[in-house]
Design a protein around this ligand. Structure first.
Ligand code: SF4
Ligand code: SF4
Length: 240
């Protein structure tokens, strides 16, 4: 059964997708942006693992994990970066993995499209990009992506966050994922665990007043959305 956090995650994904729909040309089968430089939280990783269990694609999945390239332990998560900025400390966000193509790409299509993480969903380009033609993303969408990633990290606070492949490897340690865990070389599972860090709570948004005018309605939609009989805001704040 899908967990409460996974339901909240889908609610957030859907609200962002609706908000960015206009002018966005990204679609399944468009893949120039699909690199291994993807950050995910444990909740997002659990969604992917659930998809693998439901489709019983254990060997296929472990083979994909073994194709991962170099990845890095994040020095700062999005909320860690925000906390520094709000304290007036100058820092830079680093990349999380290689720019090589993502192993989940098959014939230019994402093979886990339904459960792809937010880092993949937040590419909302208004022109089709490709070699030498970078994505064109509106400033408001960039601000919204950062704010939404902060909410997603808050949802998973205290749990793993890191490069997609490291989080997926680290989650192979859980009892429900033992079929994958048994197929994995121990050194690779250890590499995943060594490269993940803890997700942080939301220290505040990095939005300027004028950005709040455009992004605010999206945040309001997310916070007021209902999952069961509770609002997302109450769930995020651990209120009954
Ligand atoms: S960001 Fe570019 S390559 Fe990626 S889906 Fe959108 S248009 Fe396609
Ligand atoms: S998970 Fe899917 S959408 Fe994300 S980078 Fe990999 S192939 Fe692309």
């Amino acid at each position: 059964m899908i967990s409460l956090k996974e339901e909240v995650l889908f609610t957030i994904y859907n609200a962002f997708e609706k908000w960015t729909k206009e002018g966005c040309v990204c679609k399944k089968g468009c893949s120039a942006c699909c690199t291994q430089n993807v950050i995910i939280t444990a909740v997002e990783g659990e969604l992917i693992h659930r998809f693998i269990r439901e489709h019983e694609k254990f060997e296929w999945f472990v083979a994909k994990l073994q194709q991962k390239g170099t990845s890095r332990r994040p020095q700062l998560t999005t909320n860690g970066f925000a906390a520094n900025c709000l304290d007036g400390i100058e820092v830079q966000l680093e990349s999380y993995g290689s720019e090589d193509p993502c192993p989940f790409l098959e014939e230019n299509c994402c093979s886990i499209y339904e459960v792809r993480p937010f880092s993949c969903r937040c590419f909302v380009s208004t022109r089709v990009c490709g070699p030498g033609v970078p994505a064109l993303i509106a400033e408001s969408s960039l601000s919204a992506s950062t704010a939404v990633m902060q909410i997603i990290e808050h949802l998973g606070q205290g749990e793993f966050i890191g490069n997609m492949f490291d989080v997926l490897l680290a989650l192979c340690d859980l009892p429900e994922n033992k079929k994958c865990g048994k197929l994995l070389p121990v050194s690779l599972a250890d590499e995943g665990l060594a490269n993940v860090v803890k997700a942080q709570p939301l220290p505040g948004f990095l939005l300027l007043e004028e950005e709040m005018e455009t992004v605010g309605p999206l945040l309001e939609t997310i916070f007021s959305s209902k999952v069961g009989d509770r609002s997302v805001e109450d769930i995020l704040n651990n209120r009954k």
